[in-house]
Design a binder for this molecule. Structure first.
Ligand code: ADP
Ligand code: MG
Length: 637
């Protein structure tokens, strides 16, 4: 075991990181304070947690606090004339402390992979190093943005450990040496760079703390005076909290620059004691610099942080909800397993989930614009809810929103859809596809347009997945428009479109059409289940319908989306014998020179239909054929 001073060299990645930090911009420097205070706060949280079950620690009764102190080097405070004497900032905490081995590992060797990751992210984007550093477990090193030298003196909470110091000037070495420190905790002595002397200005420090660390749960003193609010905002009455406080709290919790989309602040004592402050952000994707690295809410009991990322209170699909849940009913002598299996936790989970769902429902009813913003970002999460969580279906179905073939881009709830249904419509129609543009031109819509029936556009990949689970809403069945068995209500002008009068312009004889059908069968072979004339198509030459009893038809699409092994599903081909392309094809069949053109056209029509359906494995594969088609067409023309 070491008893004397030992010198170490930083790993290459860390050296590189330190070099970047030493030359970073002044405007980013403030955040080193946030990082050091956040480390101090973590250390206090950890000792608080430790003492729940173990009182046998050094200084068990010490106040849990963070203290900042400013000095001029060698205590020359009185010597006002010496403006060049280096300024010193000391940050002290009564947290868990570090042993010699901790210092070596936590501030020396462990940072390697974080530094590497940080450097690669930095290299790939335009991000400021200051903004993102905390995310990679290398936040401590940000101190070198402002420091010429750093001396970390720490004494572990473990009785019998002595104090050690970690010292570095941030170039390529550090040393660890024995030190004097009577109390538990960590003290960071920062000798400020000349151009960073402002961090020895108490007023400036208070400003930064207000901005970045106001809601740290432990008091932060600057030269003896408390600088942070230190309120557990969630424990206050909603009526006592200003909008600005909510925003600041959210921003300090997440580092999101924007305001949250919505907040949920509530308290209840039965059936379980709970104070909670939850947020839904504006964006589903967390930004690179998010302070919240994982899903889950912070779980407190009696103002002690029990779990930083608690995922047992909300189902996974509601993982986008962030914030704090505090319950006095959770026993404090907890381990992670007991937290999970606790009866109180179950009640708590039920309460929290109910409250979140109520918020969404309320938003959907009262503020459609806001809800649509939510839907655009988190609609997929709700679909995941239906896909993965039995209980979710009834809660979530009223929250679904879809554009329809008649809504002009406007989003409708299922309720709205049912309200706009005309007499005779008894089922809920949807069309699946990759995007709004392609479904809007879907051949399946022909008979619906003719009957003035609205069709919901289901273009999220998960829509296909949940379609069989939805089954029905308000007693009305969901029906895919590609279903060949669909019985549609009669058209207004009751002219059955199956009827192909022989004198219709450009019509094709039964014989010619029959030959075309067998040619299509021959070419598409066992890629399709059947080829037949359509009774419903109007504006499109061909469509693909699902054979009856094809239960996997919706889910098959997902493989394509998730890049799994994907097989183009076998569909039934319907041809529109009144469509000019089909008519021309049938006639070209008799032309010996047109044979290549016919075959290419059939292949191309089939591929186009697959693209239309969102089923084509790789549309770029069509390009060589399209060239051949053009060549053949030009030759003939
Ligand atoms: P992170 O906080 O993300 O782990 P940092 O670079 O900020 O990364 O800190 C590295 C590690 O150093 C911490 O995880 C912790 O173990 C240790 N550490 C830093 N500051 C303190 C402190 N004030 N008290 C105790 N341990 C600390
Ligand atoms: Mg940190």
């Amino acid at each position: 075991m070491e008893t004397t001073t030992v010198n170490y060299t930083f790993k290459a990645e860390v050296k590189q990181l330190l070099a970047i930090l030493a030359h970073s911009l002044y405007k980013e420097r403030d955040i080193f304070l946030r990082e050091l205070i956040s480390n101090a706060s973590d250390a206090l949280t950890r000792i608080q947690f430790e003492m729940l079950t173990n009182r046998d620690v050094l200084d068990a009764d010490a106040e849990l606090a963070i203290r900042l102190e400013t000095q001029t080097k060698d205590n020359e405070e009185t010597d006002a004339g010496d403006a060049t004497a280096p300024k010193v900032l000391i940050i002290r905490d009564s947290g868990i402390g570090m042993t010699r081995a901790d210092l070596e590992k936590n501030l020396g060797t462990i940072a390697q992979s974080g530094a590497r990751e940080f450097l690669s992210k930095l290299g790939s984007g335009q991000l400021d190093p200051g903004d993102m550093i905390g995310q990679f477990g290398v936040g401590f090193y940000s101190v070198f943005m402002a420091a010429d030298e750093v001396r970390v003196v720490s004494r572990s909470h473990q009785v019998g450990e002595s104090a050690w110091a970690w010292v570095s000037d941030g170039s390529d070495q550090f040393r660890i040496e024995p030190a004097e420190k009577a109390e538990r905790g960590t003290e960071i002595h920062i000798t400020l760079k000349n151009d960073a002397a402002e961090y020895a200005d108490a007023w400036k420090l208070r400003q930064i703390i207000k901005k970045h660390s106001d809601f740290v749960r432990f008091p932060i003193f600057v030269n003896g005076e408390q600088a942070n609010q230190q309120t557990s905002l969630w424990r206050k009455n909603a009526s006592e909290v200003t909008a600005d406080d909510y925003k600041k709290f959210y921003q300090q919790l997440t580092y999101d620059f924007e305001e949250p989309l919505t907040k949920i602040h509530f308290a209840s004592d039965a059936p379980v004691n709970v104070r909670a402050l939850l947020f839904i952000s504006n964006k589903r994707e967390k930004s690179m610099i998010s302070a919240r690295k994982e899903p889950g809410v912070m779980l407190y009991s009696h103002n002690v942080l029990i779990q930083e990322y608690c995922t047992d209170l909300l189902p996974k699909w509601l993982g986008f909800v962030d914030g704090v849940v505090d319950s006095e009913d959770i026993p404090l002598n907890v381990s992670r397993e007991t937290v999970q299996n606790n009866r109180v936790m179950k009640q708590l989970a039920k309460t929290i989930r109910g409250r979140v769902m109520r918020e969404l429902k309320g938003m959907a009813e009262k503020d459609a614009d806001k809800y649509n913003m939510f839907w655009a970002e988190f609609g997929r999460a709700l679909r995941e809810g239906i896909a993965t969580d039995q209980e979710a279906k009834d809660e979530v179905m009223p929250l679904l929103r879809y554009a329809t073939s008649q809504s002009d881009g406007k989003l409708l709830s299922l309720d709205d859809y049912i309200k706009q249904m005309g007499e005779g419509q008894t089922e809920l129609y949807y069309v699946l596809g990759d995007d709004l543009k392609s479904v809007a031109h879907s051949p399946h819509l022909d008979p619906f347009k003719a009957r003035n029936l609205a069709v919901m556009y289901w273009v999220d990949p998960l829509d296909a997945y949940i379609a069989p689970m939805l089954n029905e809403f308000q007693g009305k069945k969901f029906r895919n428009v590609d279903d060949p068995e669909l019985e549609l209500p009669a058209k207004a002008e009751d002219k059955p479109e199956a009827e192909h009068s022989d004198n219709a312009a450009g019509n094709v004889s039964d014989v010619d059409f029959g030959i075309l059908v067998s040619r299509v069968r021959q070419i598409l072979g066992d890629r399709v289940t059947e080829v037949r004339a359509s009774k419903v198509l109007k504006d499109s030459p061909m469509r693909l319908v699902s054979p009856k009893d094809d239960f996997e038809r919706e889910r098959g699409r997902l493989n394509r989306f998730f890049d799994r092994e994907y097989k183009v599903p076998k569909k039934m081909v319907e041809l529109n014998r009144n469509h000019p392309i089909i008519v021309d094809l049938a006639q070209t069949l008799n032309d010996p020179l047109g044979s290549e053109l016919v075959d290419l056209s059939i292949e191309q029509m089939y591929d186009s239909a697959l693209v239309q359906e969102g089923l084509h494995p790789n549309p770029a594969d069509m390009l060589p054929r399209i060239q051949r088609l053009m060549a053949a067409a030009l030759k003939r023309g």
